[in-house]
Design a protein around this ligand. Structure first.
Ligand code: ZN
Length: 472
């Protein structure tokens, strides 16, 4: 009998022997060459390489316009555009839930969200990395399923959320508790900290200071406890504001001058902005009416329990009144002014969607966000940077992702048309390459249709009201 360490040794030796075979032989099944393709590199110089040959093997971009093995799969990229996979900097992926009312210890969840179904929505839109902004233990499990290859899905960055008050999760109300929460989150494996709305100022400052000490970057809301002292929230190490409305909340006359003053706070402090324009657009839309959401083709891909919640227990639509409609429209307008003001002074802007919020559909909402960034005044090039190299840089993964360069991971989107001419072309996907998997548009459509059918078939079992308030 071998001890397990000996066995591991043998396996490793085996791998060494395999790697001595010719490179071509080893990678042939997992090697592609895209020929005659135009590359939007998103490298430092933002170079475009026309009519290029890209060799991909073992999840990696091996070379651009270099040699490649004869037996690699060749794809004709003539007239097409290759760009880095997209990064969504603000998502909430549902995890299994229930039971509603614990009946006995050891009882598990009662409602299960198929991870592949959820992740398909990202892949279908070329989203190859997501930033989970209220990560829990289950998200580590989800990430491992994807890393293992059991599920095709995006790479996941995980932020632990810390709030004040007495709510669920990490609630801290003193600087000591705040520091301890950061240390615990780090020990549990979280890579980032998200600060939330109900922290008191002293605790908020302690969390940011401790995160800096522990080497964790901080993103988040601006706690309501700052009231009319917005400036004070901008301390060194407050890395990113998670929504434009965190600033809009402080607007008095919604003027461009006010937007510029806020932009100056971010610029001076080195704080980035993830405006999540689509979130406020979706909320404003649902305050007006649920009809646009009902008509959204991608709603069919959302789990029927969430469809039921969004359409029958919609908290935004319940607020519908002429005053609220005007209020949210004001917010959407000022958010655009803010983005414009931030871009003008060079505050880095990254694309995030808050996917999982009512009416914000995973994956499909990121091209919407990028289009809104262009509406706010960003060039298509800057909007693409906001969902590729800039977030890669903030997350600290820019050595491996965010641009197309030899040696980087091959998370790529092949587009039918040039997104630099029109950002809407970001939706014209010919194929997505992610984590060593090649998915063309036909296979993506087939999977989406299958999912829509599955959701329709399950609809009757997932009525929101029946499930969340079962009969006694
Ligand atoms: Zn969020």
């Amino acid at each position: 009998m071998f001890k397990s360490t000996q066995l591991i040794g043998l396996v490793l030796m085996g791998l060494c022997l395999v790697s001595k075979k010719s490179h071509a032989q080893q990678t042939a099944t997992n090697a592609w060459v895209i020929q005659h393709v135009n590359i939007i590199t998103m490298n430092e110089a933002n170079s475009i390489i026309p009519n290029a040959t890209v060799y991909i093997a073992d999840h990696q971009i091996v070379s651009i316009n270099g040699a490649y093995p004869k037996n690699a799969t060749v794809i004709d990229g003539k007239g097409k555009w290759l760009m880095p996979g997209l990064i969504d900097m603000h998502v909430h992926t549902p995890t299994d839930v229930g039971p509603f009312g614990l009946k006995y210890p050891t009882q598990g969840a009662t409602i299960f969200f198929d991870l592949q179904d959820q992740m398909l929505l990202y892949i279908a839109n070329g989203v190859s990395t997501i930033f989970e902004l209220s990560a829990r233990a289950e998200h580590f499990g989800q990430r491992n399923e994807i890393a293992k290859g059991t599920v095709i899905g995006p790479r996941m960055a995980l932020a632990a959320m810390i709030d004040g008050g007495t709510g669920q999760g990490r609630s801290v109300n003193t600087p000591e508790e705040g520091r301890q929460a950061v240390k615990s989150a780090k020990a549990e494996g979280y890579e980032f900290i998200k600060v939330y709305a109900y922290l008191n100022p002293a605790t908020y400052f302690a969390i940011i200071d401790e995160s800096n000490k522990q080497g964790l970057k901080v993103i988040g809301h601006i706690p309501t406890s700052f009231k009319d002292k917005l400036k004070e929230a901008f301390v060194p190490g407050f890395g990113m504001v998670a929504h434009a409305e965190e600033l809009t909340n402080y607007a008095k006359d919604y003027s461009d001058q006010e937007a510029q003053e806020m932009a100056a706070l971010l610029k001076t402090n080195g704080t980035w902005l993830s405006p999540t324009l689509i979130t406020m657009e979706a909320i404003a839309s649902q305050v007006r009416s649920l009809e646009p959401l009902k008509a959204l083709p991608s709603l069919a891909y959302v789990h029927p329990l969430l469809q039921s919640k969004w359409l029958t227990a919609n908290k935004y639509n319940k607020m519908s009144s002429p005053e609220n409609i005007a209020h949210f429209e004001q917010y959407t307008r000022f958010n655009l002014q803010l983005v414009k003001a931030c871009a003008a002074v060079g505050v880095p802007i990254v694309a995030g969607t808050d996917a999982g919020t009512s009416g914000v559909i995973a994956g499909f909402s990121l091209p919407d966000e990028m289009a809104l960034l262009v509406k706010a005044g960003l060039s298509p090039q800057a909007a693409i940077a906001s969902a590729t190299k800039l977030p890669a840089q903030w997350l600290g993964i820019d050595k491996v992702l965010g641009s197309i360069e030899a040696g980087k991971l091959a998370d790529l989107i092949l587009l039918e048309e040039n997104p630099l001419n029109d950002i809407q072309n970001i939706r014209k996907i010919a194929a997505v390459i992610i984590n060593g998997q090649w998915l063309d548009q036909a296979s993506i459509q087939k999977k989406l249709q299958h999912l829509a059918q599955k959701n329709t078939n399950m609809k009757d079992q997932f009525d929101w009201k029946t499930i969340t308030s079962p009969k006694k």
